[in-house]
Design a binder for this molecule. Structure first.
Ligand code: UD1
Length: 340
């Protein structure tokens, strides 16, 4: 058995896929989640895939006493992956304090408790949103950080700074900051996937719900951008590939004494795909038509951004591998499993 890892937000979308990969790599996982945007049945899915049920604590990471108790009841945790955060850009504009409190209190509590609990490293979920609208694509980790366009984005920027300041102060911990591009898809078993609550804000869940007939029509937000087909371009990364990057990062952080105390990696495929291309990829992968119309631009959207993932490829030894068609099929299988 490898080290014991605490996965905060472990019943959520990326957290559940990462827990599967950690367990399959031999790690022992403890999950804490307040179930605000996920549910307990996700644990059944994880168990069905891996044959092991992770330890589960229902609790809120913004409460430091809950975390203190967790570290007492689960001694020997060596690493943390921090997924517990609010992530809806639009909502963050209307409820900024919720975002600052959830995202920052959680991180500060974890960092503060790490030394006394003997935890050596923390992997932090950041986002390509820290780059704003890039001057050049693909974008690498040395690109300037632009002023955040939402409180959500700002929590990611501030969190990165908090980690860097804490490590610079001599705290006996290490961190790997992972800047995700656009995670999509589901586990190939269709036993876990994304569980959007209410009307999905993100493209792929909206698309699969439309294909399933739950939504009438997908709206493409703008076709007058300065891109080949006029729709926005993103770097869509398969959630299973993304999950595997966390396992690699964890092992690098815990098993190598000589790595830098803070490292930052972009996690993307290196390929830009437009909204219209994504719809087409879904249709050709599944044979299912997606009714869509062209609508107005969505406020705050970035025109085009995709990753230069060379650093992750070379330093982490990780590469995104799942072809887009397979990702689309997994997303569709998961949607069909969810039903209407
Ligand atoms: C953004 C952030 C990302 C953040 C995520 C959280 C950037 C570059 N990305 O992703 O860091 O983690 O929000 O939610 O800031 N679209 C449609 N119709 C729809 C929905 C989306 O056309 O119904 C288009 C959008 O205009 C966009 C693309 O699909 O071009 C992807 O949108 P979405 O899935 O919401 O992700 P981002 O906004 O890129």
């Amino acid at each position: 058995m490898k080290d014991k890892i605490l996965v905060t937000g472990g019943t959520g979308y990326i957290g559940s896929h990462t827990t599967v990969e950690l367990q399959q790599a031999g790690y022992d996982v403890v999950i804490i989640d307040n179930l605000s945007n996920s549910n307990r049945e996700v644990l059944d899915g994880i168990e069905a895939i891996t044959g092991r049920r992770p330890a589960f604590v229902e609790g809120d990471c913004t409460d430091i006493e809950t975390l203190r108790r967790l570290f007492k009841e689960h001694p020997g945790i060596k690493g943390i992956i921090n997924f517990a955060a609010s992530k809806a850009v639009g909502e963050s504009v209307h409820k900024p304090l919720l975002y600052y409190r959830n995202n920052l209190d959680t991180l500060i509590n974890l960092l503060e408790l790490m030394p006394e609990a003997g935890v050596k490293g923390i992997v932090f979920s950041s986002s390509c949103t820290v780059y704003g609208e890039p001057d050049v694509n693909p974008i690498d980790e040395t690109a300037p950080i632009k002023k955040a366009t939402s409180p959500y984005g700002n929590t990611k920027q501030i969190s990165e700074e908090i980690i860097m300041d804490y490590v610079a102060s001599g705290a006996p911990i290490k961190s790997i900051i992972l800047r995700y591009f656009n995670p999509i898809g589901a586990h190939p078993s269709a036993l876990i996937g994304e569980l959007p609550v209410g009307v999905p804000q993100n493209l792929v869940p909206y698309l699969t719900q439309t294909a399933a007939g739950i939504r009438e029509q997908l709206t493409v937000f703008g076709n007058d951008y300065n891109t080949p087909d006029g729709s926005c371009i993103r770097d869509y990364i398969d959630v299973n590939d993304l999950a595997r990057a966390h396992v690699t990062a964890m092992s690098r952080m815990l098993d190598n004494a000589d790595t830098d105390p803070v490292e930052i990696f972009n996690l993307g495929t290196g390929r830009g795909v437009s909204v219209l291309e994504l719809i087409e990829a879904f249709e050709s992968a599944t044979g299912v038509k997606v009714p869509y119309k062209i609508g107005a631009r969505r406020e705050g959207d970035i025109e085009k951004i995709w990753a230069q993932p060379t650093k992750a490829n070379e330093v982490l030894g990780w590469t995104a591998e799942v072809p887009l068609t397979e990702t689309m099929r997994n997303a569709w299988n998961w949607q069909q499993k969810l039903g209407k």
